[in-house]
Each structure stands twice: as structure tokens, then as C-alpha cells.
Design a binder for this molecule. Structure first.
Ligand code: MG
Length: 250
């Protein structure tokens, strides 16, 4: 069941989203050579708590940290650890914040030092693909499939592939609400989008094949071919005046 939000609720989700976005940015600033992913997680946790919120992901389905931090061929759900970042790594930080009963969820991919041209382009195309999805969502009469279709069409034009096994989602009082929002699909298909929907759209884009698998730690998802993966996510609300990004740090 899709839970539509009132203007007041969207305002509250803006606060949660702002905190998540600030934590994402602070985490990104710490993506430097020699830093461990556990250190980044600690900084993110501290940031969220200092802003009066709770990390959404800590203990969610048993996840042991505040942020998912995934490096290079790791797609999502990387567990922060003693892994030391090195020059040329790309780091995906996915973070959620719970504030006054509502969640905000966002992710981005950050470069450590100097990265390859290929990695740079993958990150930028992934980021842009989110905005293609957002633009499709705010079109008059848009349907759910339009979001995924816009993302997929864009990234495949660069020869990249869209992860199928994991998708975006509705969000509100729970991190994961209906509907599921695939980053692939057919235009004009699926439910009709409407004002009051709050969605976390999160393209996970692979440089090679789209297939992925989960490591024996039962969390970390990696690309089957070991090639790079990139991730970008924002929570947004559909309103009578178009889409509004809620995970906005300003
Ligand atoms: Mg999400």
C-alpha cells in the first residue's frame, strides 16, 4: 500500500532528508587515502546524532553499522570495516536518518584521490541518471515505469548496465515503503504517480554486466564480473508544484 504524505509530513521529511544529506556529504569529505571505512561510518554516525536524529540503517534487518559503505566492485550494503581506502578507489556511501518519526535516505559515489577517466564517467552518468528519473516522475500523467525507463535508457546509451536485483522504494515512517521503484522498465507501465508520494530513487549502475551476487557475509553485494559499480540516490516528494528533493543539505 502506498502511503501518501501531507504537506506537513513532507516538511518533516525535509528535515530528516537534510540530516541524511549532510551526513552523506561529511562522509564524502572523509573519502581519502589511508582512511578506513569504519572511520567514515563513525563520522557519519556522529553527524547524524549531533543533528538530533538516529541512523536509519543501524540494526535495520540486522545491519551492523550506520552507513553502507561499498568500494569499487561492491555495489551496495558494504559493511564498514578496517579496510583502508587507497588512491583510485570509488566509494559508495548510502545513509539514512530518522528524525521526528520520518526517514530520509540518500547515497552518492565519491572518489579517493585520483581516479580513472572511466570511473569518473561512470559516477557522473549514474548521478545524471537519477535526475533523468526525477524529470520523468514529475511529468503530467507519469507512471512508475517511466522512472526506470528514463534511467535505463540513459545509462545504457553509455554502454553501462542497470542492476536488476535491487531497486528504489517508497519512504516515510518506514525506510522501505511501497512502491518498489526499479531503475529499469518500460515507459507507460506501472501505477500512476501522484502528488504526496515520497520516493527514494537510487540507480545502481555497473560498468560491465548487470548481474550481482552477495558475499558470504550475507550483506555486501558485488558485481559478477568484478567491474566497477556506482550508486546515487535522493529521496524526493511529488507535489502539486513538481518534484522536490528532500535529501537536500541546504
Ligand atoms: Mg534507499
Amino acid at each position: 500500500m502506498i502511503i501518501l504524505k501531507s504537506k506537513e509530513e513532507i516538511q518533516m521529511m525535509r528535515d530528516a532528508g537534510r540530516i541524511a544529506a549532510i551526513a552523506r556529504a561529511v562522509g564524502g569529505e572523509h573519502c581519502k587515502e589511508g582512511v578506513t571505512t569504519a572511520q567514515i561510518d563513525a563520522v557519519i554516525r556522529k553527524t547524524i546524532k549531533s543533528l538530533g536524529a538516529t541512523p536509519s540503517f543501524l540494526n535495520l534487518y540486522g545491519f551492523p553499522a550506520s552507513a553502507c559503505i561499498s568500494v569499487n566492485e561492491e555495489v551496495i550494503h558494504g559493511i564498514p570495516s578496517d579496510r583502508v581506502l587507497k588512491n583510485g578507489d570509488i566509494v559508495k556511501i548510502d545513509v539514512g536518518a530518522l528524525y521526528k518519526g520520518y526517514h530520509g535516505d540518500c547515497a552518492a559515489t565519491f572518489a579517493v584521490g585520483e581516479i580513472s577517466r572511466e570511473a569518473e564517467q561512470l559516477i557522473e552518468v549514474t548521478r545524471q541518471s537519477f535526475f533523468k528519473g526525477l524529470q520523468a516522475a514529475e511529468c503530467e500523467g507519469a507512471r512508475l515505469g517511466d522512472i526506470g525507463n528514463a534511467i535505463q535508457t540513459y545509462v545504457e546509451s553509455f554502454g553501462y548496465s542497470v542492476v536488476r536485483d535491487f531497486v528504489g522504494h517508497g519512504i516515510g515512517k518506514k525506510v522501505h515503503e511501497d512502491p518498489e521503484v526499479p531503475n529499469y522498465g518500460r515507459a507507460g507501465r506501472g501505477i500512476r504517480l501522484c502528488s504526496g508520494m515520497t520516493l527514494a530513487v537510487e540507480p545502481m549502475i555497473n560498468a560491465g554486466v548487470y548481474s550481482v551476487h552477495t558475499l558470504s557475509n550475507e550483506w555486501t553485494v558485488v558485481t559478477d564480473d568484478g567491474k566497477l559499480s556506482s550508486h546515487f540516490e535522493n529521496t524526493f516528494a511529488l507535489t502539486d508544484n513538481g518534484a522536490v528533493i528532500l535529501t537536500d543539505p541546504s
